[in-house]
Ligand binder design. Structure first.
Ligand SMILES: [Mg+2]
Length: 232
């Protein structure tokens, strides 16, 4: 049976975690380097966590950080993140992207679909951010923020894990990368994967249009259209 690999980005694609990642990173940098609001000095969207941690540290300390300094920010971030996610949920700032839970349910029923994450979040951070949504149960594998040198490389590693699970090769034309920024498009296309983008996330709409994803939708409410494109 032909297998289709579907990789979902997390932030702005599955959920909006109410800025909890940004807040946790800001607080981590305050704790370690007494530098306030570091995330206002650059844009985090669509990047790998490690890159964001490095950019934040470079802003805060005025030079490229050492590995140990990046690791320390990562540890602090993971300690602070659960509370930021809890606060976002409590304040009603934790939102699912419209229609995504219905689409996930429909895809989970398909025997020929392998559902995975393709996210810049480090694995523990991804799990913390997704926990309130209940979506974690849909994802049996994934690519995360510590996987590979770039977003494109992370996606290829995720597909490799899908192939291990399936016990067979998957053609790049049978991989769907679903995200909310132009970076998702560029990273997926680099390996010949098809890309579908939602405008409801955090991406810059003009940049997304210029990137020319294979499917562009406001959100996931048109389940039929998404399924037709994914299963084509
Ligand atoms: Mg995103």
């Amino acid at each position: 049976m032909r297998k289709i690999v579907v990789l979902f980005d997390l932030d702005g694609t599955l959920v909006k975690a109410g800025g909890s990642g940004r807040k946790a990173l800001n607080r981590a940098v305050v704790q370690l380097h007494a530098f306030e609001e570091v995330c206002s000095t650059f844009s985090l969207e669509g990047r790998m966590d490690r890159q964001n941690f490095r950019l934040a540290l470079t802003s805060a300390i005025g030079r490229a950080p050492t590995r140990r300094e990046v690791r320390a920010v990562e540890d602090a971030y993971l300690k602070l993140l659960p509370n930021e996610v809890r606060k976002a949920v409590k304040a009603g700032r934790y939102l699912e992207i419209p229609g995504v839970s219905k689409l996930l349910r429909a895809l989970a029923k398909r025997k020929n679909v392998l559902l995975g994450l393709g996210t810049g979040n480090i694995r523990e951070g991804a799990h913390i951010k997704l926990k309130p949504s209940g979506f974690l149960r849909y994802f049996t594998f994934g690519g995360y923020g510590r996987d590979g040198r770039s977003r494109a490389h992370m996606l290829r590693l995720a597909v490799g894990r899908a192939e291990t699970l399936a016990g067979r090769r998957v053609s790049p034309a049978d991989v769907r990368v679903i995200g909310d920024t132009a970076r998702d498009v560029f990273a997926g296309r680099r390996s010949g994967y098809k890309t579908g983008i939602v405008i409801d996330g955090y991406g810059d709409v003009d940049a997304i249009r210029r990137a020319k994803p294979d499917l562009l939708e406001p959100d996931f409410r048109d389940t039929r259209r998404w399924l037709d494109w994914i299963l084509r």
